[in-house]
Design a protein around this ligand. Structure first.
Ligand code: FRU
Length: 512
């Protein structure tokens, strides 16, 4: 595949294909996604473990166990302290993502990854030895800081290193790693709960050290991205790196010149945050906010965080709940693979729209099934096996719809539409908005479930309709367009052409 030469929509084409070096570079960088995924997946299972609840949240444990079948089951786990355990991490990641923008610009993407991995390692250690709630929460905060750094640096790093015609597939390895992390967490929760008795939660939380070590060691061997080297004035080194990444026989002069030009004009922008408010960057700013907002409002994290709690709520036993979470976790990872193989062929818009339709239909199905069985008062009676199976299958098909659309595209699209001069700032906004809504959903889910009951899924279904219309009307196709040429896409779009004029292909300097 090396040496592939594909004409882009923007009119430019750079030689250089999927070399082994590019593949392994992106593969290692994707480890950053593992640490995020592990954390996303671990807390739901841990908070459904009785010994953990008894030790740290005895009031939730008592409430769950004092419940009579005639009580409202939707409110079984309604506790703000318990959800704070899950959500605190995302609050820390939010703060870290803002700081990390400065760090990635000044010290490069690679060092930011290593730093993030170290924080994550300390967090995992503190959680493993936790004897008090504060140790749990401080550990979660450290994990959050680590995740903020990784999520800031990894997606842009991957988009910068990848040849533009494979950018979609390679960048999506980040989301694939997230889903593998979630699945590994689900699996370990299940196994530890079976074999480690009262200390199962300790092992589950402590194993976060493994993905942390993987990214720390992996990042030591990663080359810095050529864009980042040029950004820091290391042009010679950048050219050598670009040559190595694209393959020794490839003529990289054209691409290198464009990277230098992009970096030169980006230096005219001294205040990327303030510049973002300029009319010229309206499409980027809009998508930096809308994409992560909508990604979270699909409702996916209700499943990621609370699948075991949700399954327990609707009458599954403890082991069956962890097992069902494992099944949905596996669907998530496998379906993400589908997007990797299709995104550069069918394009981003097709995946977004198909995934949205699929999620919507499943949400209506799940709402109806839970509503029919539980009514509004949440008293289930017997849940026949076939009925439970249909619910799990419905949830799996919903998860698959997310996994080949909003999941990976939520990282890919922002990382490829931000021009260099505002890339770090835009990515910070993207990660920060993602974390705000990840936090919000983690924090209020159990209360929402208690009050909105089965209507919870309809709430998210309404957003899925809104976001699909938004994509249809406003997102141009970015498949096969080099990042440096992306301005052409906006200039040709019926709506965004009002904001981005052909003369705007160079960034406006701060003085303008
Ligand atoms: O795979 C599901 C996971 O993917 C994310 O949306 C990140 O892209 C997480 O918020 C979610 O837990």
């Amino acid at each position: 595949m090396a040496g592939a030469f594909i004409e882009s929509k923007g009119g430019k084409a750079y030689p250089g294909g999927l070399t082994r070096r590019v593949f392994f570079t992106c593969f290692v960088a994707a480890f950053g996604g593992l640490i995020f995924g592990y954390d996303l997946g671990i807390s739901g299972g841990v908070t459904s473990m009785d010994p953990f609840l008894k030790k740290f949240f005895p009031e939730v444990y008592e409430k769950e166990h004092d419940m009579k079948p005639s009580d409202n089951q939707y409110c079984k786990f309604d506790s703000q302290t318990l959800t704070l355990f899950t959500s605190s991490l995302y609050l820390a990641a939010l703060v870290a993502s803002l700081v990390a923008s400065v760090v990635t610009r000044a010290f490069g993407r690679r060092l930011t990854m290593i730093f993030g991995g170290l924080l994550f390692l300390f967090g995992a250690g503190l959680n493993f030895f936790a004897a008090h709630v504060w140790m749990l929460i401080v550990g979660r905060l450290l994990l959050g800081f680590g995740i903020g750094c990784a999520n800031q640096s990894v997606p842009i790093y991957m988009s910068e290193v990848a040849p533009y015609n494979y950018r979609g597939a390679l960048n999506m390895m980040f989301q694939l790693a997230i889903t593998i992390g979630i699945f590994a967490a689900n699996l370990l929760n299940y196994l530890f709960a079976q074999y480690k008795g009262v200390d199962a939660w300790r092992y589950s939380l402590g194993c976060a050290a493994v993905p942390a070590l993987m990214i720390i060691f992996g990042a030591f061997f990663l080359p810095e991205s050529p864009s980042s080297l040029i950004e820091r004035g290391l042009d010679e080194k950048a050219k050598t790196e670009l040559q190595k990444i694209r393959g020794s026989k490839v003529d990289v002069d054209d691409e290198f010149k464009d990277l230098v030009a992009a970096s030169e004009s980006s230096k005219a922008v001294k205040h990327p945050w303030a510049s973002l408010l300029k009319r010229h960057y309206r499409p980027q700013l809009t998508f930096a906010i809308a994409i992560p907002f909508f990604q979270q409002l699909t409702g996916m994290n209700v499943i990621t965080f609370y699948a075991p709690v949700l399954f327990k709520t609707i009458g599954f036993g403890a082991t069956a709940s962890l097992m069902s979470a494992l099944i949905t976790g596996a669907c998530n990872a496998v379906a993400t693979l589908v997007s990797i193989f299709t995104v550069d062929k069918f394009g981003r818009r097709t995946l977004f729209l198909e995934g949205g339709t699929q999620m919507f239909l499943c949400q209506v199905l799940i709402t109806s099934l839970i509503g029919i069985k539980f009514g509004v008062d949440g008293t289930p009676g017997e849940l026949p096996k076939w009925y439970a199976t249909i619910i799990v299958v419905g949830i799996c098909v919903y998860v698959a719809g997310f996994a080949w659309s909003w999941g990976p595209l939520g990282w890919l699209v922002p990382s490829e539409i931000f021009p260099l001069e505002v890339r770090s700032a835009c990515q910070s906004i993207n990660v920060a908005v993602n974390m705000i809504f990840t936090f919000a959903i983690a924090q209020i889910f159990t209360t929402m479930l208690c009050h909105m009951k089965f209507g919870l899924f309809i709430f998210f279904a309404c957003f899925v309709v809104g976001m699909s219309i938004f994509i249809y009307k406003f997102l141009p196709e970015t498949k096969g367009v080099p990042i440096e040429e992306m301005h052409v896409v906006w200039q040709n779009h019926p709506y965004w052409r009002k904001f981005v004029k052909p003369t705007d292909s160079k960034p406006p300097s701060d003085e303008v």
